[in-house]
Ligand binder design. Structure first.
Ligand SMILES: Cc1ncc(C[n+]2csc(CCOP(=O)(O)OP(=O)(O)O)c2C)c(N)n1
Ligand SMILES: [Mg+2]
Length: 285
């Protein structure tokens, strides 16, 4: 039988963008009994320009700042109708998740709404031209964390969003990556078996925003895990589990090579980021 993804071909994502694959992977695990609530982002722009749609499941586009509130309403309406089975799935970018929609997300988590929330994390506001977000990593150049005589890219660290979500005491919070699709599918499946708020942050490189070749997204996603700059982990009912422990960790320099957003980094910057990464892993034990 021909493969009929629930997120179809014909969308307008950039060549090599892994985000449509994140969405396919997630929908494959949820199956068709789902309602998607999508934040304003690349994922919305490339998939839903009237009169076309790539979504073969019920779909609501809300705003940049409120998908968790909309999803809360959708799930409560379904449950009030006696529908106890349909999954309500938020698909949002990091700008919406970490920053602009964070208040609504925190409220949703505090109420432990029965929603599965998937953030595809490309580490900046890409759809509007690569502005930095709370997910942009230390050292990265964006249009609002520029490189010049005074500044050398973003001088603040990425928010630990999975830990922030887990601190709401929700039943499931995890980080995943498009470089590890089986791990991602397993996490969505696990989340599907849990009631309440479930959150997965999925690492998803951006070809133009990071200035990387269009055939390299998966390679960089894997390198991020191998260098320890991204980790695959989960909090299940508050219990932390590291899914992959790269040993030995590759030098972070290997990950930076070939990414235009890190091209300005000097040896001392790389050494500083390596030291920060080593410190993080020391804490992880
Ligand atoms: C309240 C509000 N502020 C700003 C915008 C403009 N805007 C639309 S999408 C977007 C960036 C989205 O970034 P992200 O959530 O990371 O998704 P990506 O574009 O990277 O896929 C911005 C700033 C908006 N639509 N609404
Ligand atoms: Mg983004």
């Amino acid at each position: 039988m021909a493969y009929e993804p629930l997120f179809s071909a014909g969308h307008t994502a950039c060549a090599g963008c892994p985000m449509p694959t994140v969405i396919r992977q997630v929908l494959e695990a949820t199956g068709p009994d789902v309602v998607v609530v999508n934040a304003t982002s690349c994922s919305e722009i490339i998939s839903s320009a009237y009169p076309r749609s790539a979504w073969r499941v019920p779909y609501v586009h809300s705003l940049f700042e409120n998908p968790p509130a909309v999803a809360s309403g959708v799930v409560r309406a379904l449950r009030a109708q006696g529908n106890g089975h349909t999954t309500v799935l938020v698909v949002a970018g990091d700008g919406s998740t970490y920053d602009i929609g964070f208040g609504a997300l925190s409220g949703m988590l505090e109420r432990n709404e029965d929603v599965l929330y998937v953030c595809y994390d490309n580490e900046a506001y890409m759809n509007t031209g690569v502005q930095r977000s709370g997910a942009t990593p230390y050292g990265a150049r964006t249009t609002t964390s520029p490189v010049g005589r005074v500044h050398r890219g973003k001088e603040l660290s990425k928010k630990p969003i999975v830990e922030i979500v887990a601190a709401h005491r929700v039943p499931y919070a995890a980080s995943a990556s498009i470089g590890h699709p089986q791990d991602l599918a397993a996490k969505v499946k696990k989340a599907m078996g849990i009631r309440g708020s479930r959150f997965i942050d999925v690492f998803s490189p951006c070809i133009p925003g990071w200035g990387i070749p269009s055939d390299s997204a998966i390679r960089y996603a894997k390198l991020a895990v191998e260098t320890g700059l991204w980790r695959l982990s989960e909090y299940e009912h508050g219990e932390f589990k590291l899914n992959v422990k790269p040993s030995p960790r590759k030098p972070v320099k290997e990950y930076f090579a070939g990414q235009a957003r890190f091209r300005h980094l000097k040896d001392e910057d790389v050494a500083k980021i390596q030291a920060m990464t080593d410190e993080e892993w020391k804490k992880l034990g």
